[in-house]
Write a protein that binds this ligand. Structure first.
Ligand code: ATP
Ligand code: MG
Length: 268
C-alpha cells in the first residue's frame, strides 16, 4: 500500500513537473539502431537554433547515447531538495540523461520495479522551467520498457523513425499502433538512412531501398515527414558530439524541412 502511494505521488510529481511544457514529442521506433537518438538530438538542437525553448530528455537507460552525441558526457548534474538542474547545452537548449548520473561505461542492470522507480524519480525531478518543446528519446522498440516510460509522459506527440526496407514497414506499423494505444498524437514517420549519394560520382545509391517509410505512412494513415539520406558526416558528427544540423549539406537541409513541418503541425 505504501509503495502504491509512493508511486502515485511520483506520477503526480511528473505531471506537475511537465505542466510548463507546451509540446512534448517522444521519438520512437519499432526496433533499435534506426536513428532515434540522432533524430532526437538534432530535432532538439534545430528547435533551439530557431529560438524555441527546448529540453531533451534521454529516457533510454540501457544505451544512453544522448550525452555523447551532444558532447556533454563529462558534465555533472547538480541538484538540491527542489530537483535536478538540466545541463545547458546551447542557447535555448537544456538536456538531461540518466547516463550523466551513472558511472561511465557501467552497465545498467537494474530490474523491474527498482528501475521504474528510478526513472519516475528522474523524470519528476528535472527542473525544466518553461519550455516550448520537450523531446523525449525513448528506449528502442515497443516492449514493456518504452511502454512504461511513454505512459508517464501524458499528452505527448510521437514521431516514428524507420529505415526504408520493406521489413521495416512491419516495425513502423507496430510503433504507430503503440503510439495510438497510448493516445499519443502521431505527428508522422521519418524515413532515415534513405539513399546514399556517392561522394565520388554524385550518383544516388539506395543501400536500403527507399520508400518504405512513405508506404508505411500511407498505410497507417499518418503523415510522412520526410527522408534523411545516409551521410558519413552524421556518424562522424554523432561521435564527436556535434549535431549535424549545424552543417550545410543535403542531409541537414532535408532535416530542417522535417523540422519546419513539425513546427507547423504543432501550430508554433
Ligand atoms: N542518416 C544517417 N546516415 C548515416 N549514419 C546514421 C544516420 N542516422 C543515424 N546514423 C548512425 O547510425 C547509428 C545509430 O543511430 P542512433 O544511435 O541514432 O540510433 P538509435 O535508433 O537511437 O539506436 P538505439 O536503438 O540503439 O537507441 C549511429 O552511429 C548514427 O550516427
Ligand atoms: Mg538511441
Amino acid at each position: 500500500m505504501e509503495r502504491f502511494e509512493r508511486m502515485k505521488k511520483l506520477e503526480e510529481k511528473i505531471e506537475e513537473n511537465l505542466k510548463h511544457v507546451k509540446h512534448k514529442i517522444a521519438i520512437l521506433s519499432g526496433k533499435g539502431g534506426v536513428g532515434k537518438t540522432t533524430v532526437a538530438v538534432n530535432l532538439a538542437y534545430a528547435l533551439a537554433m530557431k529560438g524555441y525553448e527546448t529540453g531533451l530528455l534521454d529516457a533510454d537507460i540501457h544505451g544512453p547515447n544522448v550525452p555523447k552525441m551532444l558532447g556533454i558526457e563529462h558534465e555533472g548534474v547538480y541538484g538540491d531538495e527542489e530537483g535536478m538542474e538540466p545541463i545547458k547545452v546551447a542557447p535555448h537548449l537544456k538536456a538531461i540523461s540518466l547516463a550523466l548520473m551513472l558511472e561511465k561505461d557501467a552497465p545498467v542492470i537494474w530490474r523491474g520495479p527498482l528501475k521504474m522507480t528510478a526513472i519516475k524519480q528522474f523524470i519528476g525531478e528535472v527542473k525544466w522551467g518553461n519550455l516550448d518543446f520537450l523531446i523525449v528519446d525513448l528506449p528502442p522498440g515497443t516492449g514493456d520498457e518504452p511502454l512504461s516510460i511513454a505512459q508517464l509522459i501524458k499528452q505527448s506527440n510521437a514521431i516514428v523513425v524507420t529505415t526504408p526496407q520493406d521489413v521495416a514497414l512491419l516495425d513502423s506499423r507496430r510503433a504507430v499502433n503503440f503510439a495510438r494505444h497510448l493516445a499519443m498524437n502521431v505527428l508522422g514517420i521519418i524515413e532515415n538512412m534513405s539513399g546514399f549519394r556517392c561522394p565520388h560520382c554524385g550518383k544516388e545509391i539506395n543501400l536500403f531501398k527507399v520508400g518504405g517509410g512513405e508506404q508505411a505512412a500511407r498505410e497507417m494513415n499518418v503523415d510522412f515527414l520526410g527522408r534523411i539520406p545516409i551521410d558519413e558526416k552524421i556518424v562522424v558528427d554523432g561521435d564527436i558530439g556535434k549535431p549535424f544540423v549545424t552543417e550545410q549539406n543535403e542531409a541537414s537541409e532535408a532535416f530542417m524541412k522535417i523540422v519546419e513541418k513539425v513546427v507547423k503541425k504543432l501550430g508554433m
